[in-house]
Write a protein that binds this ligand. Structure first.
Ligand code: NAD
Length: 497
C-alpha cells in the first residue's frame, strides 16, 4: 500500500509575494486549490504567517474518493500499526511543542504559553488514542434462545468529515482526528478559514506517520464552500462539528436529510457562581482566568459572574484590582497575559456588545475599549460589567471575547436558578467552601461540565468533553466516550450447531 511521503512541493514560495504557500493534502499528495489566502497575525497585521490554498467542491469530491478507497484496508488493518502511527504523531507534536505553539499563537492570538499548552494537549491526545485503539472492547452475551450466542462489537463509521473553529486551531483538529483514526475511520479535516497553519502543520506530521494515503485528508477553504460540500456529500458518513450555534443547526439539518451521524459542539454562556463563603482570593483568580484568559475566546469561558450579595462589592473591587494588572499585548511578547482578539469581525462584535450592555443599563466597571500597541493589531481591554441583570442581551448571547458581566443575587438558590437560566449548558463553576452547596450545584446545574473552586475553562484530555441544551448535540467528545461517535455498533447472532 502507498504510504505518504513528505513532498518538497508542499512548501512552495511564490516569487512575487515571498510568502510560503501551503496546499491541501488529498490522497497522500499536496494539491493546489483554486486560489490562496493569506493567514494574518492578529497581533501584527503586517505579518503574514503564510498563504493557504482555498479548495472548492471538486477538492472535497477528490478527498472523499481517496478516503473511500482507503477505508476497507484501514478499517480492518492492524491496530498495532494504527497505534504506532498515532503514538508517532503524538511524539513529534510534543517534541515540537515550542515551535508549533509559537506558530499557533502567531496565527490565533492566544499567548505563547497558552499556544504551547494547546499544542501539548494535542500531543497528549494522540498518545492517549494510541492506547485507546487497542482497548476497543465488545460484549458476548447468551441469547434468550438456547445454544445461540450474541456478540456486540464496534466498527468504524466510514468516511468522517471534521469541521473545526478558529479558537483552538490545533487541539480541536487533534481531538477529532485522533479518535476518528484510532477507531478505523478515514478523515477529511476542514479547519477554520482564518487559522489554517496549525491544522496544516498537524496534517504534515500525520502525512509522515506511516498512515496510508487517503486515510487522512486536509481540505482548506471557506465553510460555505468546503464545509457545506462535505456536509452534503453522499460519500461522507458522519460529521463532527465545533463552531457557532447557527452553523451547527444548519449542519444538523443537512445531516439528518443525508442520514449522516452528527456531533455538534457549539456556544456557551457559562456561569461562574461566587458565594458569600468563598475564598475571595481564589474566587477572583479563577473568575479572571475563566473570563479573560485566551482573550475570552474559549467556549468554556465564564461570561456571567453570579455573585451573592454578601461578597458582591468586595468581589468587584478585587476583580478590578486584578484586571488592572493584566497586560494586553502581542501574543508572542514575554509578559503578555491577554493577546489580541482573533479577527476584525470578532473585535467589532465584542465592541458592539460593550455598547449594547451600556444601552441596556449595565455599568461598565472597567475596560471595553480598543487599545493601540506598537504594532497594528486587534487589541482590546478586557471588560467587566457590574449591576447587570440576567435578562440583558450581554447575559443571554454568546459574545466570545474578553467581556464578562456580574449579576448580583440574594443567595445560593437564586444563584443556581440564574446559572441555569440560559439556552446554553457547556460548563459551570462555583466558588464556595460549603460542601453542601458544592454538592448540590454539581448535581443540579444544567451543564455538561461542572467545576468546584476551579476555572470553568481548562479540562483534562482523557475524560469526556461536551455540554447540553444549546451547547451540544450528539455523543460526547474525548476520552473513551469518543468511541460512541466514531464507531457504530453491530449485534451478531451465532447458532454453532
Ligand atoms: P463558525 O460556526 O463560524 O465556524 C466553525 C467551522 O464551520 C469553520 O471551519 C467554518 O469554516 C465552518 N463553516 C462555516 N459555515 C459553514 C457551512 N455553511 N457549512 C459547513 N461548515 C461551515 O464558528 P467559529 O467562529 O469558527 O468558532 C467560534 C464558535 O465555536 C463559538 O460559538 C464557540 O463557542 C464555538 N466553540 C465551541 C466549542 C465547544 O466544544 N463547545 C469549542 C470551541 C469553539
Amino acid at each position: 500500500m502507498k504510504t505518504l511521503q513528505r513532498d518538497s512541493l508542499n512548501e512552495r514560495k511564490d516569487s512575487s509575494m515571498k510568502t510560503l504557500q501551503h496546499d491541501n493534502l488529498i490522497a497522500g499528495e499536496w494539491k493546489k486549490g483554486a486560489s490562496y489566502s493569506p493567514n494574518i497575525n492578529p497581533s501584527n497585521l503586517a505579518d503574514v504567517v503564510a498563504e493557504y490554498t482555498q479548495g472548492d467542491a471538486g477538492d472535497v469530491d477528490a478527498a472523499v474518493a481517496a478516503a473511500t478507497a482507503a477505508f476497507p484496508a484501514w478499517a480492518t488493518g492492524s491496530i498495532q500499526a494504527r497505534s504506532d502511527a498515532l503514538d508517532k504523531i503524538g511524539t513529534e507534536i510534543l517534541a515540537r511543542r515550542d515551535e508549533l505553539g509559537t506558530l499557533l499563537s502567531r496565527e490565533e492570538g492566544k499567548t505563547k504559553p497558552e499556544g504551547i499548552g494547546e499544542v501539548t494537549r494535542a500531543g497528549q491526545i494522540f498518545k492517549f488514542f494510541a492506547g485507546e485503539c487497542l482497548r476497543l472492547s465488545g460484549e458476548l452475551l447468551p441469547s434468550v434462545r438456547p445454544g445461540i450466542s450474541v456478540e456486540i462489537t464496534r466498527e468504524p463509521v466510514g468516511v468522517v468529515g471534521l469541521i473545526t473553529p478558529w479558537n483552538f486551531p490545533m487541539a480541536i483538529p487533534a481531538w477529532k482526528s485522533a479518535p476518528a483514526l484510532a477507531f478505523g475511520n478515514c478523515v477529511i479535516l476542514k479547519p477554520a478559514d482564518i487559522v489554517p497553519a496549525s491544522a496544516w502543520a498537524l496534517a504534515e506530521i500525520i502525512s509522515r506517520s506511516g498512515i496510508p494515503a487517503g486515510v487522512f485528508n486536509l481540505v482548506m477553504g471557506r465553510g460555505s464552500v468546503i464545509g457545506d460540500a462535505m456536509v452534503r456529500h453522499a460519500g461522507v458518513h458522519a460529521i463532527s462539528f465545533t463552531g457557532s450555534v447557527g452553523v451547527g443547526q444548519r449542519i444538523a439539518e443537512a445531516c439528518v436529510q443525508g442520514h449522516k451521524k452528527v456531533q455538534l459542539e457549539m456556544g456557551g454562556k457559562n456561569p461562574q457562581v461566587v458565594l458569600d463563603d468563598a475564598d475571595l482570593g481564589k474566587a477572583v483568580e479563577l473568575s479572571v482566568q475563566s473570563a479573560f484568559y485566551a482573550t475570552g475566546q474559549r467556549c468554556t469561558a465564564a461570561s456571567r459572574l453570579i455573585v451573592t450579595e454578601g461578597i458582591y462589592s468586595k468581589f468587584i473591587d478585587a476583580v478590578e484590582r486584578r484586571m488592572a494588572k493584566l497586560t494586553v499585548g502581542d501574543a508572542l511578547a514575554q509578559g503578555t497575559d491577554i493577546g489580541p482578539v482573533s479577527s476584525q469581525s470578532q473585535l467589532e462584535q465584542d465592541l458592539s456588545y460593550i455598547e449594547i450592555g451600556q444601552r441596556e443599563g449595565a455599568t461598565l466597571a472597567v475596560g471595553g475599549e480598543r487599545l493601540t500597541r506598537a504594532t497594528e493589531g486587534f487589541f482590546m481591554a478586557p471588560a467587566l460589567f457590574s449591576e447587570s441583570s440576567a435578562s440583558m442581551r450581554i447575559n443571554r448571547e454568546e459574545i466570545f471575547g474578553p467581556v464578562a458581566s456580574v449579576i448580583r443575587v440574594k443567595d445560593y438558590d437564586e444563584a443556581l436558578a440564574t446559572a441555569n437560566d440560559t439556552a446554553f449548558g457547556l460548563s459551570a463553576g462555583i466558588a464556595t467552601t460549603s460542601l453542601k452547596h458544592a454538592t448540590h450545584f454539581k448535581r443540579h446545574c444544567q451543564a455538561g461540565m461542572v467545576m468546584v473552586n476551579l476555572p470553568t475553562a481548562g479540562v483534562d484530555y482523557h475524560v469526556p468533553f461536551g455540554g447540553r441544551k444549546g451547547s451540544s448535540y450528539g455523543p460526547r467528545e474525548q476520552g473513551r466516550y469518543a468511541q460512541e461517535f466514531f464507531t457504530t455498533v453491530k449485534t451478531a447472532y451465532t447458532d454453532p450447531n
